[in-house]
Design a protein around this ligand. Structure first.
Ligand code: ZN
Length: 247
């Protein structure tokens, strides 16, 4: 329960990052305010999840709607924190996994909204991934993961750019995979790329069937979902694969 509440508070901070990073604003100042009327939020309007329900999704002063993104991000991070705490307990992995999942939520929402993946997340993320590999005693494995993830995406970007003469893979996606490689190492990185490509292809096909083919899909959210599934279910997926194909 405490882990869930802590996760909600983390989610609240993620919302600040999501709102301010793409615009290059400070993440510390000014204090939380309504984006419509500038009304500064008092403490009871700033409680994760609860305030959205109390305010019924509207600003207390100007009654403009508050984006559903705020409570969703808080809830998602709350549940993720609870799950990570259940799995890992108070361990070395806990802060790193929280960092990774929190970063991926921020990356996904910003990529969906603005089609960019902010360097302010991926550059520190690459460093944290290397530190993580070092601390758990698998530095070489982490570095190979980074080279593999970044290398594959860079090749796709390079070749795709030459063939189609336009950007098929953003530079942000390459940097995101450099970050992911440090946490997931070579096998996890491969699984992430497979899951991301599969889910991207399936959703892309569905969108084309329903006649929305003009929209270019950001790849960041697919990489993020693939990475989180890999992080939580790596062994189950490997077992399932062996049971299905290698018996
Ligand atoms: Zn307002």
């Amino acid at each position: 329960m405490i882990a869930f509440l802590f996760g909600l508070a983390l989610g609240s901070f993620l919302n600040v990052l999501i709102h301010r990073l793409p615009k290059g604003k400070s993440i510390i100042r000014p204090p939380s305010h309504c984006p419509w009327c500038g009304h500064r939020l008092s403490w009871w309007e700033n409680i994760p999840l609860l305030s959205y329900l109390i305010l019924k999704g509207k600003c207390h002063r100007c009654h403009q709607p508050i984006s559903i993104q705020y409570p969703l991000v808080e809830l998602l991070m709350g549940l993720a924190t609870y799950y990570i705490f259940l799995r890992e307990g108070v361990s070395l992995y806990l802060p790193f996994y929280l960092f990774l999942v929190g970063s991926l939520i921020v990356v996904s929402v910003i990529d969906l909204q603005a089609m960019i993946i902010p360097d302010q997340i991926t550059y520190p993320g690459i460093v944290v991934g290397i530190i993580f590999s070092l601390i758990i005693g698998r530095l070489i494995s982490g570095l190979i993961g980074i080279a593999l993830g970044g290398g594959i995406l860079y090749m796709i970007r390079l070749i795709g750019g030459k063939v189609y003469r336009s950007e098929v893979m953003g530079g942000g996606d390459v940097k995101l995979c450099l970050m992911l490689g440090g946490f997931l190492h070579p096998m996890g990185m491969l699984m992430t790329l497979i899951l991301a490509s599969l889910s991207g292809a399936i959703l892309g096909a569905i969108l084309i069937i329903f006649g929305r083919k003009s929209r270019i899909l950001p790849f960041g959210p697919f990489l993020s979902v693939g990475a989180v599934i890999t992080l939580f279910f790596y062994h189950q997926i490997i077992n399932l694969y062996i049971l299905t194909f290698l018996r």
